[in-house]
Ligand binder design. Structure first.
Ligand SMILES: Nc1nc2c(c(=O)[nH]1)N=C([C@H](O)[C@H](O)COP(=O)(O)OP(=O)(O)OP(=O)(O)O)CN2
Length: 285
């Protein structure tokens, strides 16, 4: 009898990254990751302990991919490195231009023609399998976008974050729920999703404006970050662009637009986490 036994681990980690879409420009993305392994069972009756697989694969993906700007082979060739920092200029099909300068650890250089879930999974499988015990002969990875490819993708950098969220070119695929007096308001949801989609959401504190260009710059614990982009791809808010401040920004703006109504905004930041803000502007007596 021919018998093969495979091991699967669904949703063992999430990736929150950014990549440059030649049509749209700089966008954030969130993927959930599943793994399937094949090989010879070890003497303990396991292909490999779930705990070992999860921690080895998650650590490698966290170090090599998560919170980085993913560059395909052609884009990677445009990267200039100097003294621990790297700079890239990228142009979309409409000739709009982005310049990004950041510590070199903020980039992932991938030997793929395009950046998408399929190419990324295929290119990562062999080096990640090599980190697992020798009896594992096959590793398949599946990356699935958050929210069923739904509604908006943005980038942001959190200067005050001590970890990798301080990197400007990282982002998320997100969705939001907006309620007015307890009722879902689909038009407002569509308006705000369109306002954020394909944007860098940044703090006004780090912004300088020159004509139709926006430039965000800050010094964080990993080094200096700088992103210059077309004004129509930038969405400045009044504070550090945490998901708490993003939902508060929306709730306040809608409450001003609809005085006397109770506004509730709930936004995801990637997969399974987010924030919720409520606001109401009392009408003047
Ligand atoms: N309270 C908040 N905490 C964090 C925020 C935030 O807005 N409010 N934001 C971030 C980062 O933007 C980050 O991109 C999210 O990181 P996350 O994926 O949660 O980080 P981990 O890598 O630790 O989680 P995984 O489960 O490994 O994906 C951070 N915190």
């Amino acid at each position: 009898m021919k018998l093969e036994t495979r091991l699967f681990i669904a949703d063992f980690t999430h990736l929150d990254c950014a990549w440059f879409d030649p049509l749209q420009g700089l966008i954030g993305e969130s993927w959930r990751v599943d793994a399937e392994l094949a090989g010879e069972l070890a003497d303990n009756g396991m292909l490999c302990d779930f705990g070992v697989v999860k921690s080895v694969l998650k650590q490698a993906l966290d170090e090599q991919i998560d919170h980085r700007l993913l560059l395909n082979a052609a884009q990677a060739a445009e990267l200039h490195n100097q003294s621990g920092h790297s700079t890239i200029s990228l142009r979309n099909a409409a000739s709009e231009e982005w310049h990004y300068r950041a510590p070199s650890s903020s980039f992932a250089l991938l030997d793929t023609p395009t950046i998408d879930a399929g190419h990324l999974a295929a290119t990562l499988a062999a080096p990640l399998r090599a980190l697992l015990p020798d009896n594992i002969t096959h590793l398949n990875l599946t990356l699935s976008p958050a929210h069923h490819q739904g509604p908006y993708r943005y980038c942001h950098g959190l200067r005050q974050h001590s970890g990798n969220c301080q990197r400007m070119a990282h982002g998320h695929r997100a969705r939001l729920d907006i309620q007015v007096d307890g009722e879902r308001h689909h038009q407002l949801e569509t308006d705000w999703q369109q306002r954020f989609d394909g944007r860098y959401i940044g703090s006004e504190e780090h912004l300088s404006i020159s004509g139709s260009r926006h430039r965000y710059a800050y010094q964080a614990s990993q080094g200096a970050f700088e992103l210059e982009l077309p004004q129509n791809r930038s969405c400045p808010i009044e504070a550090e662009p945490t998901v708490e401040h993003i939902t508060a920004h929306m709730a306040r703006a809608i409450a001003r637009q609809l005085p006397g109504r109770r506004i509730e905004c709930r936004a995801f930041e990637g997969i399974g986490k987010g924030a919720h803000s409520c606001a109401e502007l009392k009408p003047r007596p």
